[in-house]
Design a protein around this ligand. Structure first.
Ligand code: DGL
Length: 267
């Protein structure tokens, strides 16, 4: 396979740019096509059937862009529709944030007591607990849905008293379970890391699935012999289904750098 082909990364909106950011840092020579379904976000409160349908559309779009690997950056899609992606992708390797997050959590937890936070759909699917138990059946998993975190992050309230109070409320039962690691099971949560560290204290390690996904992608590309060695500018495309108000500002916050041109898909 031609190693200069891009990696396709997708999410329900712009949150998946946290994964792109980690990929850009870990794999600076790779080309990336990012797809964000900004017209239909949020997915985290939608039904499984709807998410499967949307996921199939996005997968087909990215396969048409001739990608060499697909990365499901959205925890909600990874939780309920990863099989849809794998069926359509055929020989193209597929990675998802849940697989990466589960592996990192099991590797990092000493007490084998792990917390997971995510959207209601992700938590209800039990996908993290299943993946963690497939790796180590003896681990105790405590999951907590945090539906208010996505709008708070999109509002830019990363260090705001309302967000702190919300986090204290959501994390009270998690702390009571005495977990030593907490998986940030949603694209938006890495932006809350400083605040979550403050609320949780030093005894709990945060597992950022964006970083572990980039590590896993690097390992897979090398194992398959399709890592890019192209020395020129990497080349990034950002494709969305809508360009909402404040898109640029919020997107750049997630990406940690300027977004450049954004394409609106016609389908
Ligand atoms: N991208 C979603 C996730 O990681 C969060 C936003 C949404 O609900 O669509 O679960």
């Amino acid at each position: 396979m031609d190693s200069t082909r891009p990696i396709g990364v997708f999410d329900s909106g712009i949150g998946g740019l946290t994964v792109v950011r980690a990929l850009m840092e870990r794999l600076p020579l790779e080309r990336i096509v990012y797809f964000g379904d900004t017209a239909r976000v949020p997915y985290g409160i939608k039904s499984v059937a709807t998410i499967e349908h949307f996921t199939a559309q996005i997968t087909d779009f990215l396969l048409q862009q001739n990608v060499k690997m697909l990365i499901v950056a959205c925890n909600t899609m990874a939780a309920v529709a990863a099989d849809v992606v794998r069926q359509r992708a055929g020989d193209i390797p597929v990675l998802d944030v849940i697989e990466a997050g589960a592996r990192a959590a099991v590797a990092e937890s000493r007490s084998r007591s792990i917390g997971v936070i995510g959207t209601p759909t992700t938590v209800n699917s039990n996908a993290y607990a299943r993946r963690i138990h497939a790796l180590d059946p003896g681990v105790r998993v405590y999951s907590q849905a945090c539906p208010l975190f996505v709008p708070l992050v999109e509002e830019g309230w990363l260090d705001h008293p309302v967000t702190r109070l919300t986090a204290q409320e959501y994390l009270k039962p998690v702390l009571a379970e005495e977990v030593d690691s907490l998986v940030l099971g949603c694209t938006h949560y890495p932006l809350l890391k400083p605040l979550l560290r403050e609320v949780l204290g030093p005894g709990v390690r945060l597992v950022d699935s964006a970083i572990t996904t980039a590590e896993l992608a690097a390992a897979k590309l090398h194992a398959l012999g399709i890592a890019s060695s192209h020395a020129g500018p990497a080349g990034y495309r950002f494709v969305v289904t809508d360009v909402p108000l404040r898109f640029q500002t919020i997107g750049e916050r997630f990406l940690g750098r300027s977004l450049g041109a954004v394409e609106k898909v016609e389908w």
